[in-house]
Design a protein around this ligand. Structure first.
Ligand code: C2E
Ligand code: MG
Ligand code: MG
Ligand code: MG
Length: 284
């Protein structure tokens, strides 16, 4: 079963990730080398205010610039990184790079610019997660109030006691907490008002279901209404069309993110567009 293209149109690392052990071992060896050779890259996707069209945040998304295979996406190597414990090192690199890049932009005239980073369940479950995270952030002099961590519902439900402790600690330091892919996980709505959550990210699948005159949008409607009621900020993911944008704007969805405004890009590209007004009229 050859799956030629991923959901975003890019190729898988190989025809099937779980094919044979030899390939796995190659990939694992390559990934170790990649960390040594500094082949990981952090790309940034803008999070745009739906009313002002201004970029309010950047989500850091890891890429691997493979010497032979070209640019690889998280789905091609994150699962393996998680299985082999390389995820700790990988995450540290991403956080370091992102704090450096976005920290620089924050200090050069964009004081409110937010950095959103994705965290792996394995990271969050680590007993010294909060300490480790804050150490990195402080080492870069990155303002904690500009940082938003993205975790999924499953991470929360896995160990509610432990996680609430950790999230409280982070929140008390000013770090914001977002629920990624909201609505797709195994969860209970109960935690939403018991935990220090700041942002819900509506999963792309619900945004895709927005079509005028159809009832596919009812889940987006419900999520946004609930977020309003709970005074949570709401970010819609995977916004690709003008129609989706207009619909979400009409609902009062605070921020949008997606190919409509552009995919994740290297720091140099983001840097160039800082202060400018790029295509689609999003600006910093
Ligand atoms: P996510 O956090 O839900 O990120 C959104 C994904 O959707 C990204 O894929 C992004 O490039 C893609 N996307 C953005 N806009 C659109 C759009 O308009 N249409 C469509 N079809 N897709 C869009 P990407 O970069 O491949 O990342 C996939 C997942 O990998 C992320 O999902 C996140 O869970 C994980 N990930 C990425 N970077 C990191 C990282 O540094 N650490 C960890 N732990 N996980 C990461
Ligand atoms: Mg995310
Ligand atoms: Mg998501
Ligand atoms: Mg995801």
């Amino acid at each position: 079963h050859v799956k030629a293209k991923g959901k975003d149109g890019y190729r898988f690392y190989s025809d099937s990730m779980n094919i044979n052990t030899a390939n796995r071992l190659n990939l694992e060896r390559d990934l170790r080398l990649a960390l040594e050779r500094d082949e990981l890259r952090v790309f940034y996707q803008p999070q745009v205010c739906s009313t002002t069209n201004r970029v309010v945040g950047l989500e850091a998304l890891v890429r691997w610039q493979h010497p032979e295979r070209g640019l690889l996406y998280p789905r091609d190597f994150l699962p393996l990184a998680e299985e082999t414990k390389l995820i700790g090192l990988l995450s540290e690199r991403v956080l370091d790079q992102a704090c450096q890049d976005v920290g620089r932009w924050i200090r050069s005239g964009h004081p409110d610019l937010r950095l959103a980073v994705n965290l792996s369940p394995i990271q969050v479950e680590h007993p010294r997660f909060v300490e480790t995270l804050m150490q990195r952030v402080e080492a870069h002099n990155f303002p904690a109030g500009n940082l938003e961590i993205e975790i999924t519902e499953n991470v929360i439900m896995n160990d509610l006691e432990q996680i609430s402790q950790k999230l409280r600690e982070l929140a008390s330091k000013g770090v914001r907490i977002a629920i990624d892919d909201f609505g797709t996980g195994y969860s209970s709505l109960n935690y939403l008002h018991r935990l220090p959550i700041h942002t819900l990210k509506v999963d792309q699948s619900f945004v895709k279901a927005i079509r005028s005159g159809e009832d596919g949008a009812c889940i987006v409607n419900a999520i946004v209404a609930m977020a309003h009621g709970l005074k949570l900020e709401i970010v819609a993911e995977g916004v690709e069309t003008d129609e989706q944008l207009e619909y979400l704007r009409g609902l009062g969805c605070h921020q949008v993110q997606g190919f409509f405004y552009g995919p994740a890009r290297p720091a140099a590209d983001i840097c160039k567009s800082l202060g400018q007004t790029p295509a689609r009229a999003a600006s910093f």
